[in-house]
Ligand binder design. Structure first.
Ligand SMILES: Nc1ncnc2c1ncn2[C@@H]1O[C@H](COP(=O)(O)OP(=O)(O)OP(=O)(O)O)[C@@H](O)[C@H]1O
Ligand SMILES: C[C@@](O)(CCO)CC(=O)[O-]
Length: 354
């Protein structure tokens, strides 16, 4: 058997994190930082699967044993839920198939537990690789995974995401599976926009360095919602409206020249990200470090927003070609106070096999 390799992107949520869990519309985009999975035939040991987290400490190596086609977690000296996620996706995809011993390696370009969808990209790339391993994946004549197989990958990946946090809306795995600009409502079919609409848009990612856990942040919002349902629902509704406004914005300005049109769209998106950020703060998922970062960005007239669950992790600024100089100044200033930042861009590619 040959080595199987897959990858899937991380994401930022432009609008509607948290409210999306309650059935509101949100917008996410895939970014060009990816998680890579390798399945390597493992010749020496029989009846064993190993999974290696290249980004986590080497002691956090897990051994699975297959006993009568059932996966047992034999050694699990690791506080990540990834072994459990792997076991569930593996069982679901492999079903009754005879298993060959394999080594699975997971490695990511994404900061982990930081709002860039690291867990979803693990679930998606793992599902894609295991689908290939099981021989169930369909590839079209351009060598791409077919839409139908992507839908299956997404379904398996969502099972994994639900282990990381039970209340997963499915937005992170969906954007990681299909890529592009995703309009997501968990009660409707997903809709995608071509990223050529925002070809020149840059994204500055700023990492507070504060690790947090999506499940805990989702719980904070759910507690607030239980206490003040009428108030919080109004906040969710405003967030929903911001998403709808941004879709209109993407579809507007047909009468303008391409470049002017993109400038206008980005300008409006920036204003909407500021509104969205304030609403997230009101839900209790902000952090003093993010407030400090937001103020620095404001000094240069640039808007900054939380992405994902909040409570630390990463925040981002959207910028147009003309704002590049300001962004570089922000990066310099952040660097002086030891805050890491980097520039990335949209990536239209979702899950792929290499
Ligand atoms: N490269 C990786 N290798 C192994 N496990 C990983 C890797 N990346 C992420 N994980 C798992 O995902 C968990 C982080 O998931 P979590 O949902 O809290 O954050 P996130 O996905 O980065 O953020 P968000 O859901 O807000 O976008 C980690 O604690 C780890 O268990
Ligand atoms: C916080 C949240 O809305 C987004 C996490 O990236 C959770 C979810 O939608 O599953």
């Amino acid at each position: 058997m040959q080595i199987i390799e897959s990858s899937a992107p991380g994401k930022i949520i432009l609008f509607g994190e948290h409210s999306v869990v309650y059935g509101k519309t949100a917008i996410a985009v895939s970014i060009n930082l990816r998680t890579h999975v390798k399945i390597i035939p493992y010749e020496n040991e029989t009846e064993k699967q190993k999974i290696k987290f290249k980004d986590l400490k080497s002691s956090q190596k897990v051994i699975f044993e297959i006993i009568q086609n059932n996966i047992q977690l034999k050694k699990w000296n690791c506080d990540s839920k990834t072994p459990q996620v792997f076991a569930v996706i593996f069982k679901e995809i492999m079903k009754e198939k005879i298993l060959k011993p394999i080594l699975i390696e997971i490695e990511s370009e994404l900061p982990i537990g930081s709002g860039l969808g690291s867990s979803a990209s693990v679930c998606v790339s793992l599902s894609a690789a295991l689908m290939k391993f099981s021989g169930k994946i369909e590839i079209d004549q351009n060598g791409k995974i077919t839409k139908q197989s992507l839908q299956e990958i997404n379904k398996f990946a969502h099972l994994g995401e639900k282990i990381y946090h039970a209340n997963s809306s499915g937005i992170d795995n969906t954007v990681s599976t299909f890529g592009s600009i995703l309009v997501f409502n968990k009660n409707q079919d997903p809709k995608f926009y071509n990223i050529s609409k925002l070809r020149s848009m840059g994204i500055l990612i700023i990492d507070t360095g504060i690790k947090r856990n999506t499940a805990k942040m989702v719980k904070i919002v759910s507690d607030l919602y239980s206490k003040f349902p009428k108030v919080v629902d109004k906040i969710f509704e405003s967030m929903n409206q911001i998403s709808l406004e941004s879709i209109e914005n993407l579809e507007n300005f047909e009468n303008l020249e391409e470049e002017q049109k993109e400038e206008k769209i980005i300008e409006n998106l920036q204003q909407l990200t500021e509104l969205s950020h304030c609403l997230l703060n009101s839900l209790g998922v902000g952090h003093p470090k993010i407030t400090e970062i937001t103020q620095i960005c404001n000094e240069f007239g640039i808007k900054c927003k939380i992405t994902g669950a909040g409570g630390g992790g990463c925040c981002f600024c959207l910028f147009s070609k003309n704002q590049r100089e300001k962004i570089e100044k922000i990066m310099l200033k952040l660097n002086q106070i030891k805050i890491k930042s980097f520039i990335t861009s949209l990536d239209k590619e979702g899950a792929i096999l290499i």
